[in-house]
Ligand binder design. Structure first.
Ligand code: FAD
Length: 464
């Protein structure tokens, strides 16, 4: 087969989102020659649609702000959130390596990630653990990563879609076929292959097959998430894990299509249906909350918040953009809010009164929400119309703690690695195990581990 390839690269990375870029940079910094291919002319991926937030423990940024955290605590949080049903090997790898990976991004790649103190411990993270680039979006992250690829001399081929993979009888990848936008094809050989080509949330048939409960929801992930990694893995005899797992999102604004940041409900925002009633504890489950939203009468629900809550989240790019688009509705009283949103006055008044009474009594409200020091919305009110959506899938290729892809019998495929959306994550078997900012945590952490392991293998092959 090797004579079919015009050229062969030591490390070939598929996908130019966070996982692929970090994998390529890690492999290059470890001394390997790398080629990254990306199907789009301008890289974006789900990473580009994200807020660029990464969940990581034991970082220097946490220490600088006096936040005590450790791999041990992070591991316990992951296991608790997933009811002990995630792969403990992968959970351990994320708990141990996400923090050092964020530190490495800051120090070795000069990426300005810092602890986001606005993202309070919530939805399963027991402490401040979410890191981001203050005031910047996921597309800024992608653009910066591609600048770093350039700085580090990594070859990047855009408009290059992987359409086939070639292997020997032992499942060793020999190379891939790439298709260009004009339909022309070329074969490229590789010593190691890293699949960083995202999940399958945009592939409706795969979503309907693996997670039929959410097949009616809108996909708000990147259109390139078509399940390429799964297809390649099937051909090579890989194992898969948690294929029914995904991150849904309950608060995609209609019609702007921008996510309402989790900080809005965490700081006191509530969800109200077209009957003026709440229907869930808005602080319980960031991903699973999509289910009660999809079950409400009508096509949408409202996020109700206020000027106080706005002041806590007004630095977040999505909120800035929503304000620019005049998306929020405003009201100075409950009656006015009911009029503005077209909701029944009495029901909305009772809903807000129940939350305020529960907060004052320091008891759980009718939805089981415990308010502590947070206050339910009060005048001046703000409201955003939202729908439920699927953001990205959490199941995929079964990898080990070094991001190497495994067969069903647990043995590794010789030279295949995966991370991010292409691989099994640490969110357990369904929608309820997702910790905030875990999508990018698995992308950058397994990306780095994959890049380093692939480089070691490729360099050993060169010197053999
Ligand atoms: C709206 C939104 C907000 C989010 N916010 C956050 C957040 O703040 N924090 C967080 O942790 N997670 C967040 N997520 C999830 C997070 O974005 C993903 O988990 C993460 O970006 C996955 O990274 P990745 O590199 O694996 O995939 P991607 O970023 O999707 O990159 C995969 C790339 O592979 C390319 N590709 C696919 N198939 C091929 C092929 N055949 N050939 C060549 N190239 C191919 C795609 O075009 C794409 O560029 C969010 C998701 C969405 C949709």
């Amino acid at each position: 087969m090797s004579e079919l390839f015009e050229f062969t690269v030591p490390v070939l990375v598929v996908g130019g989102g966070a996982c692929g870029c970090i994998a390529a940079l890690a492999a290059a910094k470890a001394g390997a020659d790398v080629l990254l291919i990306e199907q789009d002319e301008r890289p974006m991926g789900s990473t580009g649609m994200s807020q660029g937030l990464i969940c990581a423990a034991g970082t220097k940024a946490q220490a600088a702000l006096g936040i005590e955290d450790s791999a041990h605590t992070y591991f316990d949080d992951i296991m608790a959130k997933t009811k002990g049903q995630t792969d403990p090997v992968l959970a351990r790898a994320i708990a141990d390596h996400a923090g050092p990976t964020v530190d490495w991004m800051v120090e070795a790649l000069d990426m300005p990630w810092d602890l986001d103190k606005g993202f309070r411990p919530a939805y399963g993270n027991s402490t401040y653990r979410v890191h981001g680039w203050h005031g910047h979006s996921g597309q800024d992250m992608v653009d910066l990563l591609h600048r770093r690829l350039d700085d580090n001399g990594v070859d990047v081929m855009t408009g290059a879609k992987l359409v086939d993979v070639h292997s020997d009888d032992e499942g060793r990848v020999l190379g891939v076929t790439i298709e260009r936008p004009d339909g022309s094809r070329e074969d490229v050989g590789c010593d190691t292959l890293i699949l960083a080509c995202g999940g399958f949330a945009a592939n409706h048939a795969m979503v309907a097959e693996n997670m039929p409960d959410v097949a009616i929801a809108r996909n708000n992930g990147h259109e390139g998430s078509q399940g390429t990694g799964i297809r390649v893995g099937e051909k090579l005899g890989a194992a898969f894990g948690d294929m029914a797992s995904y991150q849904g999102y309950a608060m995609l604004t209609e019609p702007q299509g921008l996510p309402v940041p989790p900080g809005v409900p965490v700081a006191g925002g509530i969800l109200v249906n077209i009957e003026g009633k709440r229907f869930t504890d808005e602080t319980a489950d960031i991903a699973g909350m999509v289910h009660p939203v999809l079950q409400q009468p009508g096509d949408y629900v409202w996020v109700i918040y206020d000027d106080r809550i706005e002041a806590e989240v007004d630095y977040i790019p999505e909120i800035i953009e929503l304000n620019k688009l005049n998306a929020p509705r405003f009201a100075n009283s409950v009656e006015e809010l009911a009029d503005v949103l077209g909701l029944p006055h009495d029901a909305l008044a009772a809903t807000l009164a129940d939350a305020h009474d529960a907060q004052a009594r320091a008891e759980p409200d009718a939805q089981g929400r415990i308010w502590n020091q947070d206050l339910p919305p009060a005048p001046r009110f703000r409201a955003l119309k939202v729908v439920g959506a699927i953001f990205h899938t959490q199941g995929g290729l079964q990898i080990d703690g070094q991001a190497q892809v495994l067969r069903p019998d647990g043995t590794p495929l010789p030279n295949l690695f995966a991370g991010g959306g292409a691989a099994r994550s640490v969110s357990g078997p369904a929608h309820w195990g997702y910790l905030p900012a875990m999508g990018l945590a698995t992308a950058v952490t397994f990306g780095r581990l994959a890049g380093e392991a692939a480089a070691r293998l490729a360099l050993a092959r060169e010197t053999a």
